[in-house]
Every structure is written in C-alpha cells, then in structure tokens.
Write a new protein. Structure first.
Length: 151
C-alpha cells in the first residue's frame, strides 16, 4: 500500500515533538477538520465524561487526548459526525479500503486509509517482526462515513 506522510495539521496547530495523539491526527485527516478543533472537542468530551467504570475513571483522571482516547469516546464522537464503527479482522491492504476514507484501528494505533493510500505521520502498515516475520497489520475495527456504505 502506498504511504503518504500526513500529521493531520498537528505542526500547523503549533505542536512539536512526538506524542500518542494518533486519534486526533486520524480524525483530523479523515474528516478534514482542523487538528486543534478535534483536539479541543475530544478534550472537552473527555472532561465531561460520566460514569463509575474503570474506563470512565481513567478518562476523568487524564482527559487530554495527547496520550490516546478511549474507544467508547472515539465511537461516540465519530457517530456524532456521521461515522459508523465496523468490526472484523481485515488487513490494511484489504480490497475494502481501496475506495473511500476509513479510520482503521490496528494494535494500539489509529490510522487513515483514503482510496487505498495510508495517511499517517509514519508508515504504520507493517507489524514489527520481533517474534515473527513482518506482515501487513490487521485492522480490528474501522470507522467509515455513512456515505461510504452506499458505494
């Protein structure tokens, strides 16, 4: 799969260095929404998150989207933007991702595939190969805009 560097507007928003903000970057890239707007929306959503579960307490303890965002928050945020979550073990290079825009959840990371091109701040399509040969990463779930389903 072809890779194109895209930081989602992070640098333009004034952020430097590296951090675990893949959720903000991926949503910004896929929805074509300014990075800072997505960051602020997720921060506010996290700050106001209610509940007594372990996930809720972790969200409330550190509401910054800089180091990741809980899937429940991501799903609710994207649902409000007209995106639906689908599950299934597909590969990043699956035929499914050849047309349209998808936010793909791979192990501990969110990335974007638009028309078969991986858009991310690094080429995140291959496994590390520490214990086995490098392979294309598995997409455990993905988000797609409602209009993608009509194609």
């Amino acid at each position: 799969m072809k890779f194109e560097f895209n930081d989602g507007g992070r640098e333009k928003a004034g952020y430097k260095g590296t951090t675990g903000d893949c959720v903000v970057r991926a949503i910004s890239i896929a929805t074509k929404t300014p990075y800072q707007e997505v960051y602020d929306d997720l921060f506010e959503m996290n700050k106001s998150w209610k509940g007594n579960s372990k996930i809720s307490k972790n969200i409330q303890k550190d509401p910054s989207p800089r180091n990741g965002v809980a899937r429940i928050v991501i799903t609710k945020y994207l649902k409000g933007k007209g995106w639906d979550r689908a599950t299934g073990n597909l590969k990043l290079d699956d035929e499914k991702f050849k047309n349209g825009t998808y936010i793909c959840s791979v192990r501990s990371h969110l990335t974007v595939v638009r028309d078969g091109v991986l858009l991310d701040s690094y080429d995140s399509q291959m496994t590390s190969g520490y214990f086995a040969p490098k392979t294309i990463k598995t997409v455990f779930s993905h988000y797609e805009k409602n209009e993608n389903k009509r194609k």
